[in-house]
Structures are given as C-alpha cells and as structure tokens.
Ligand binder design. Structure first.
Ligand SMILES: Cc1ncc(COP(=O)(O)O)c(C=O)c1O
Length: 556
C-alpha cells in the first residue's frame, strides 16, 4: 500500500485504542498525562508485560517516567524509549526485555519467504476493511427482502433468546429422558400446535428441511401403498409446484406426471380426473401454489384422488397464507410438511438449519419416522418399537433449537395472532399487486395469497428483461424478488412481501418498481447496464460459473 502513513504499523498495530486514549489525556494538559490510572505515584510508570509496574519499580518514591514516556512503552514522538530495541518488541520488565526479533527462537520451518506480494496493512485498516464488507451484507433485518417463495420475514429476537436459554441449548440428545422432561414437553406441545394448524392427526418434527419433510411424506405414501399390495408408480405434480416436489417424488422411486394449470393458473378437477389411474400413488400439490394462488378446486380434486385409491400430499411450506384461517386436513390433505424456517420464526435461506415437520392423518401415523414421543406413567419417553415406520430421516429428534423458536412464536402469537399474520401477509401481497399491475404484466389476475407473480412482458418491447429489473432494484437499495421462477411464467418476478413490512416500506418498494418500469420506457440502455451503485457491476454469470475464482492470489 503506497498511500499509508509511514508510521502506521509502529504506532497503531501495537495499541490503537491506547493511542486514542492518550490523545484525549494530552488534550487535558501535561499535569494530567501522568495521573492514575496510567501511572501510580511512586512507580516508575513503565509497565510490565501484564500492565503492572516493572519489577524494579516497587520502591516508594521511585521516579516518575521521563517526560513523554507512556505506559505502553511508546514515546510521544513515536520513537522507542531509551533501552528498548528499535522494533519495540521487548517491553520493559518482561522476560523478553533486551531481546530483538532476531533473537527469538523461531524454527526456520515456521518462517515464510513468499510474503513479498502480501499486502501490508495496519490493524485499523484491516478492521475498516472487514467492517466495510460486513455492511455490504443484506438481510431481512437490514431491509425489505421480497424473495418470493422464501418468506423472508422479520423473526423476533425474543425467540432467539428462548432458543438460547441454557436449559434448551445445553442439553445433550443422549441425556436420560427423565432429565429432559421440559424439552420433551415442548416437543409434544409443538406437535399438537402443528396438528391443530394442519387439521391432521399426528406429526413428526424430525425432518430438517422442507424438502426432507416432503421426502419423508412421499416415503410414508409409498409405505401405505406397499401395505395395500403395490407401491404404484406415478405421482401427479402441478406445473406450479415448488421444484423440490418432483425431486422428492423421484428420489422415492416415482415417475412424475405434470398437471397443467388452467387459464386462471390453478389446476382443475377435470384435468386431474383425466390423469388419474390405479398407478397414481398421490397428487402432490403446493397450496397456495408458487404462483401465489389458492387451488380453488382442491376439495373436489381430493375426492377424485381418494376415489382412485391415491393420497393427497400437500406442500405446506406456504402456511403463511393459511395458518389460523384454513386447515389443509379439512381440504382433504392426507400428508403435509411445514417449513418452520419460513413460517415460524427462523429465517429461510443461506443454507442454515431448517425444520420440515411432516403431518399425517390418523391411519398413517404408524409410518412416521421413529422414534415417536409418547407419554406414560413416568412422563415423556421415546418409543422405538414401530415396525411400520419408514425409519429415521435424521439423527436424534430434529433441529431442536428451531423447534424452540417455532413454539415460542406460536405461543406468543396465539390463535388470533396467527390469523392476523395470515391476513396481513395476504393483504401485503395484494397491495403490491394493485400498486404494480399497471406497470408490470400480471399473467394470472386472480386474487393473490402470500405472494404475487408478475412477468417482464411489458418491458420486453423495450429490450428490458426480468434480470435487468432485478439488477436495477439493487441500485434502489432493495433485494431483488425471486426471478425466473416459477417456470410456468416466462420472465417471472415473484414478490413475497410477508406480513411484517410497514405500508411505508411496501410503498417505497412499489415506487422503485414503478420508477424502473418508467426507466425501461425512457432509458433502457442505462437499465441494461445496472447495477450502478454496487461495489461490483453486473457479473458475467456464465464465466463466473465456468471459471470461478475461489482463492485469492497475489497480483502479478
Ligand atoms: C413451497 C415450498 N416447498 C418446499 C420448499 C423447500 O424447503 P427447503 O428449502 O427447506 O428444503 C420451499 C422452500 O422455499 C417452498 O417454498
């Protein structure tokens, strides 16, 4: 670094904060410079390595330090005190006194000779660099995060505090059941809350993600059919399903048959009826769908599937649009997974831990992952004697800390609070839909549930695409919505505002989106080059994927 102050490392690497404290004391006048706590009267003022007085200074009446000499051994002018080596390594009174760096017994094998091109930085420079980088992080805590299908809402820190309580965070999964009855009671309480919300009869909290809950659910469906004589071979999946649905069905050995949506973006009973036969194990439906639409014909569809001997799997990751208002079990669902990390106070995304509890109707309980929590004369215990179970899907009993957060959230909201959450989430999505529908093409005009999906059709005529809109939003200070998903909408912009945003925030986002639509008409070129205000301009994503630079190398 050519533009660093010449003495930056000598002065500041050693003790930048002390230097600042020193400046303050100097401002108060020379008399106070030598006042306690830096110097004890009667001490020499030069400190030992532990900050105490040097060994030979304990005598009463020992001289104060020479003018300008400070507690940390630095002189005011930055020069080393008399008797100390020039590199300042050996503090007076320390076992290193009198030694220089050359005297230190470092083995040659520990020394590097390839540091020539390494940057030389002082401590504050490094600190500022990382602090600046940390400010580039974007999170739901720092700003609006309308990433559709991810429910990036505000998660109250109170629930983090609950999960961090030592009684929860310090227990070991192998602790005897009698010593963790409180934790087991929490698991039982959460199970019954989720049964209530889903309208189903039993739930296992073991799966560690939504997709794992799906996998467990489809394995349960397979076990059910196997018990009845044949596993069957197909699962029907609407084209508006979440992408993990076909993955879970395929991993469980099923062929996926796509159910097309009608002109309103939902699946119709007549289409499902045409696809049903005695090879169909289940219909796996995301409801509300990834189009943010409620499957209005779900009850008659459930009847048709059941008549054909199949089961109805409902992906319940979008419970933010249903909880407290409608129960999937009442719509005919037999199996459902929750995403606790979307709906119930754990952030989604970033590859962090999740929880995807799987809920089933009563006669399917015997297939749930083992062990199952039971209550007997001695309190709660784990039951491993479940011959029909699909087995474990994860070690121990699930991601326990996420269960604690979810339970704390459920209890804090209560039934009325959860209804309110749902209503506000749906209202926010419809508000944005109403504000943006003149500026962006709405492929399916039906009322939205928790999210709304637009397309870039209106912008295409000016040569502007979804990616350009998303990149430009970064300049306006917003995280982009989910783009190009669901696949059923060409150039999709999928916006999920959630219930925790204020009207001001929703308006600010809508204003930015409308301004971008206007720019597309008037200043398309600039839009194509966005973002302009971020540290990095638009990446060549193809090159980034093909030749990633994953390690730093010195220049040249
Ligand atoms: C509707 C839906 N289903 C399933 C999943 C998969 O959940 P996970 O990412 O926890 O595997 C998601 C995730 O966003 C989702 O939105």
């Amino acid at each position: 670094m050519s533009d660093r102050p010449a003495n930056a490392d000598r002065v500041s690497v050693a003790s930048p904060t002390r230097s600042r404290g020193l400046d303050e004391r100097l401002d108060r006048g020379p008399d106070q410079v030598l006042e306690p706590p830096i110097f004890e009267k009667g001490s020499s003022g030069r400190c030992g390595i532990d900050g105490g007085p040097r060994r030979d200074s304990g005598k009463a009446g020992a001289a104060l330090p020479p003018e300008g000499l400070l507690a940390d051994g630095l002189a005011l002018d930055g020069s080393p005190p008399e008797g100390l080596p020039a590199d300042g390594l050996a503090l007076a009174g320390s076992p290193l006194e009198g030694l220089s760096a050359d005297d230190l017994p470092l083995d040659d094998s520990l020394l590097r000779d390839d540091l020539e091109t390494f940057p030389e930085l002082s401590e504050p420079e490094v600190l500022r660099h990382y602090l600046r980088l940390s400010k580039l992080n974007y999170s739901a805590a720092s700003n609006f995060y309308p990433l559709g299908s991810c429910t990036m809402k505000y998660n109250p820190p109170a629930n983090e505090a609950a999960a961090a309580l030592p009684g929860f965070s310090s227990i070991h999964p192998y602790a005897p059941e009698s010593t963790v009855q409180g934790a087991l009671k929490l698991i039982a309480g959460l199970e019954s809350c989720l049964c209530e919300l889903s309208g189903l009869d039993a739930v296992s909290l073991q799966p560690a993600a939504g997709a794992q809950g799906e996998l467990a659910g489809i394995k349960i469906i397979r076990a059910y059919h196997c018990d009845r004589g044949a596993a069957r071979s197909k699962i029907l999946i609407p084209e508006s399903a979440h992408g993990t649905n076909p993955a879970s069905a395929t991993l469980s050995g099923y062929a996926c048959v796509v159910v097309p949506c009608n002109e309103r973006g939902i699946i119709s009973a007549s289409t499902v009826k045409d696809l049903l036969d005695d090879e169909v194990a289940a219909l796996m439906v995301t409801n509300p769908s990834t189009l943010g639409l409620f499957e209005e014909e779900i009850e008659s569809i459930a009847d048709l599937v059941h008549e054909a001997g199949g089961l109805l799997y409902m992906d319940g990751a979008n419970m933010n649009a249903l909880m407290g208002v409608a129960k999937p079990g009442h719509m005919g669902a037999d199996v459902l997974q929750f995403n606790l990390h979307k709906t119930f106070s754990t952030p989604h995304g970033g590859g962090g831990p999740g929880a995807g509890p799987v809920a089933v109707r009563g006669d399917l309980e015997k297939y749930l992952p083992l062990p199952r929590l039971r209550h007997g004369d001695d309190g709660f215990f784990w039951d491993y004697d479940l011959p029909d179970s699909i087995g474990r899907v994860r070690s121990f009993y699930g991601n326990f800390a996420i269960l604690v957060r979810a339970y704390a959230y459920l209890l804090a909201c209560g039934g009325d609070g959860l209804c309110e959450v749902t209503r506000m989430a749906v209202l926010a999505a419809n508000y944005l839909r109403a504000r943006l529908e003149d500026s962006y093409h709405l492929p399916y005009p039906a009322r939205s549930m928790h999210e709304v999906v637009f397309s870039d059709k209106l912008q295409n005529s000016f040569g502007v695409k979804t990616l350009d809109v998303a990149k430009r939003l970064l300049d306006y200070g917003f995280h982009a919505p989910t783009i190009y998903f669901p696949l059923v909408v060409h150039g999709a912009l999928m916006i999920e505002p959630t219930e925790t945003e204020s009207l001001e925030t929703l308006d600010a986002f809508a204003d930015a989106m409308i301004a971008i639509a206007e720019e597309a008409r008037s200043d398309g070129e600039s839009l194509l080059a966005a973002p302009h205000a971020t540290p990095l301009a638009r990446l060549d994503e193809t090159r980034a994927a093909r030749s990633p630079k994953l390690v730093w190398r010195p220049a040249g």
